[in-house]
Design a protein around this ligand. Structure first.
Ligand SMILES: *Cc1c(COP(=O)(O)O)cnc(C)c1O
Length: 377
């Protein structure tokens, strides 16, 4: 029996709601299920305006348009992230300034951001890696000081919270001017492909709806606010169909169950694998961050040991994978990179191993993974 790395989870209501969407005879976007999902997410996470998108990548592209990125504007983000974080801004002509990761956690090293800010800097894009918050008090303070926008890449961070230095707690994705989530099948809550743009700065709400609807004011038209709709701005087709939204609603409805399952799996790994002196460490969750159990990873003491472990697990039919070739050393960017070496980013890239983690992972299979790592069989 093989143990995969990920397995999409179905709550059982997905096809029922898709059938309901089909029965309404309106399956294009921005219908009943889209509104239901958006309202739920706004209320639960304290987001001013939520717009479903066809992916987190699309939501990031919308964010880049909304903050008016121009040729040569600089955007600061970690190098240790998924390609879409950077691509969305590259598409609009931005110059990406890559920052190192924290010594204790793969998230952006907040203390290194200020040194990268220039007169051309337009935005900071923190990525909440593994759903674990970046230190948003520091990042928002820098944004105020230098008048920058903050776009949280919260692709992995649904149901995750951050506690500010003054004690207030907020959901990730409700803090930056804009934030983006993913419902790709590898995330906690899924719709196959799917995403969300979260708008927390009200100045962006009106224009976001237009960009979302191919650069037209069709949303206002459907609300009966205008007599005809027109091409009034740039935009694209960023909204998902009602079929996607219906699927997503079946997942959102069961968000507490899903999170409870993931919590048990995460803690069982942590409990079994911490302090084992086997040459790896379990994840550090900084005190200001709350875990959303998006993934479980180990940080090995050496690249060699990580590679050996991948092979050893593979021989036992267990698929564990590494994460992120740093973007600053990717084939696309390598020759453009002008910054300092990014020591911690490179270290995570070489030494992190992500373990099988999905809602239906059985205890006995999880135990097999743990035994393989501890070398007990
Ligand atoms: C998954 C992911 C994305 C992309 O999400 P899609 O919905 O597949 O576009 C972007 N950034 C990060 C950090 C991710 O983990």
């Amino acid at each position: 029996m093989k143990i995969p790395f990920n397995k999409p989870y179905f709550t059982g209501k997905e096809t029922e709601y898709i059938r309901a969407a089909v029965r309404t005879q309106k399956i294009s976007g921005n219908g009943f299920f889209t509104k239901k999902c958006q309202q739920f997410l706004e209320n639960r996470y304290g987001i001013k305006k939520a717009l479903l998108t066809t992916s987190c990548t699309d939501a990031l592209e919308m964010a880049a348009i909304l903050i008016n990125i121009q040729e040569g504007d600089e955007v600061i983000m970690p190098s240790y992230t998924f390609v879409s974080t950077a691509n969305a801004f590259v598409l609009r002509g931005a110059k990406i300034i890559f920052c190192d990761s924290r010594p204790d956690h793969p998230g952006i090293d907040e203390t290194k951001i200020e040194g990268l800010i220039t007169s051309k800097t337009k935005a900071i894009v923190p990525v909440h890696y593994a759903g674990v918050a970046c230190d948003m008090s520091l990042i928002m303070m820098l944004a105020r000081k230098y008048e920058l926008f903050v776009i949280e890449d919260a692709a992995q961070a649904i149901e995750s919270y951050y506690t500010f230095h003054n004690g207030t707690r907020k959901a990730l994705g409700s803090i930056g001017h804009l934030a983006t989530f993913s419902f790709h099948e590898t995330k906690n809550i899924i719709s196959g492909e799917g995403g969300l743009l979260a708008i927390n700065d009200e100045q962006f709400i009106k224009r976001a709806e237009i960009i979302w609807e191919k650069g037209t004011n069709r949303c206002a038209f459907f609300r009966g606010e205008i007599d005809e709709y027109n091409w009034i701005d740039v935009g694209s087709s960023y909204l998902p169909s009602e079929i996607t939204a219906a699927f997503l609603w079946a997942q959102i409805e069961k968000i507490n169950d899903i999170q409870n399952k993931r919590k048990d799996i995460w803690h069982y790994y942590e409990h079994s694998l911490k302090d084992t002196s086997k040459g790896f460490q379990t994840p550090v969750i900084p005190p200001f961050a709350q875990n959303n159990y998006h993934m479980f990873y180990l940080i090995f003491n050496s690249h060699e040991l990580r590679q050996k472990t991948i092979l050893r697990l593979k021989e036992k039919g267990i698929l564990a994978i590494f994460h992120y070739i740093p973007l600053h050393s990717s084939p696309f960017f390598e020759n453009r990179y002008e910054g300092q070496p990014l020591f911690h980013c490179d270290r995570y890239s070489k030494n992190i191993l992500r373990l099988p983690f999905f809602n239906s992972l059985k205890k006995q299979d999880q135990q097999k993974v743990i035994n393989a790592l501890l070398g007990d069989n």
